[in-house]
Ligand binder design. Sequence first.
Ligand code: B1M
Length: 210
Amino acid sequence: DELVLQMQDDLYDGMKEEIEEAVEILLERGWAPYDILTKALVAGMTIVGHDFRDGILFVPEVLLAAGAMKGGMAILKPLLAETGAPRMGKMVIGTVKGDIHDIGKNLVGMMMEGAGFEIIDLGINNPVEDYLDALKREDADILGMSALLTTTMPYMKVVIDTMVQEGIRNDYIVLVGGAPLNEEFGKAIGADAYCRDAAVAVETAKELVA
Ligand code: B1M
């Protein structure tokens, strides 16, 4: 679809209004919200990521792209959450200390909500205390941590180690995700599972909560 390619260009150029309009148009054309999310927005952000890595795009441009992505996601959010699924459990989710990337985390939260989980979103840059306080306060079932930097992903181990020290590790399901992680890393730090994307996070959470 030509509009989808146009959206990837517009996302690259940080054109929030154009993205919002195009999301509405695809919805009118009968596109599933999840397909708009993955085929237009996530695919567009992947291209941004490559050019950011290669020094073609810089932080200000990527921030604009992120803003456009969030504009599109905001329209899709209620639609993805509209399944009326039964309550599955409660998840505390946040990006780890030192890391301010939140698009992936937000997406996981949205999809989990759509699947019937209650989400407590702690935002970005979370020290270990924030996670532990929220888990206890909210009587949560699941801890979800996100990290997008190779320099911040080791902090997930700090959180899990602290849970072990406090004797509460096994009271919660711990799921981790983020572009630089992999299965092996998830195992090595003692998480219950590494989740490649939001759909996998939902499936894994459903499986482990049951
Ligand atoms: Co940053 N950045 N960034 N950035 N940024 C990356 C991550 C990078 C890979 C780009 C690159 O070089 N190719 C690179 C990291 C390199 C590395 O560590 N090896 C990088 C860098 C270097 C930086 C800065 C250091 C740049 C600088 O300042 N010099 C800086 C760091 C700031 C900080 O955090 N302290 C920085 C800043 C930024 C912006 C602020 C400009 C912006 C963030 C805006 C925002 O989030 N509000 C930004 C962006 C947008 C990116 C890229 C381009 C896109 C990330 C994204 O949103 N992807 C990214 C390149 C890339 O990842 N390819 C990059 C879309 C999103 C849907 O995917 O986040 O992977 P993702 O989430 C997926 C899965 O990973 C998984 O599910 C999600 C949905 O499917 N998942 C989970 C994620 N979290 C999960 C948690 C779970 C489960 C699954 O819990 C249960």
